[in-house]
Design a protein. Structure first.
Length: 173
């Protein structure tokens, strides 16, 4: 890679790593996995940087690579064996969550199936237009709309259920 390409990649990586980490966290719901996904995506992007950077803005391509890395991680056999339904003994407070999203919403988002979650996160959290989400997910715009709508239904149901579960506990205090 040429020196100019290398410098432009470093500048891009420094500027976008934090926002990509946030997006990765919203996709997977795990800060440790999000921190692993971003460098993996950046390595894959580095391999094709000269070609991609000459075509124009790289943000969409980076999101697509990050999304693919997360979906690949979901397919790994050791992920299927892990049960994440238990209670974590140490919970991070709201002050350590730079996303600004409530714990209730994050827990509910974890219940949304992966492709629907990807559509919801890219469409509503990353605030991308339907066309860009369709490009990132490699599907039609109609599929993005239906996946996002179904994902929002699951999300609403999960939030409602979790609020109902939490409400009696708060009243007894």
């Amino acid at each position: 890679m040429r020196t100019g390409d290398d410098a432009s990649f470093r500048e891009f990586a420094r500027g976008k790593a934090l926002s990509q980490r946030r997006t990765a966290y919203l996709l997977c719901g795990d800060w440790h996995l999000a921190e692993d996904l971003v460098p993996t995506a950046l390595i894959k992007l580095y391999r094709v940087w000269p070609k991609v950077s000459r075509k124009g803005p790289v943000d969409n391509y980076m999101r697509q690579v990050l999304l693919r890395c997360w979906l690949d991680e979901q397919r790994r056999p050791w992920r299927r064996k892990e049960n994440r339904d238990g209670v974590v003994p140490e919970s991070a407070g709201a002050h350590t969550d730079p996303t600004g999203i409530s714990d209730l919403l994050l827990l509910a988002l974890a219940e949304v199936p992966p492709k629907q979650r990807a559509a919801v996160v890219l469409r509503y959290c990353a605030d991308l237009p339907v066309a860009e989400v369709a490009t990132a997910l490699r599907c039609s715009e109609g599929t993005v709309k239906s996946q996002a709508a179904r994902g929002l239904e699951v999300l609403r149901a999960a939030v409602t259920r979790r609020e109902a579960e939490r409400l009696p506990v708060e009243r007894s205090r």
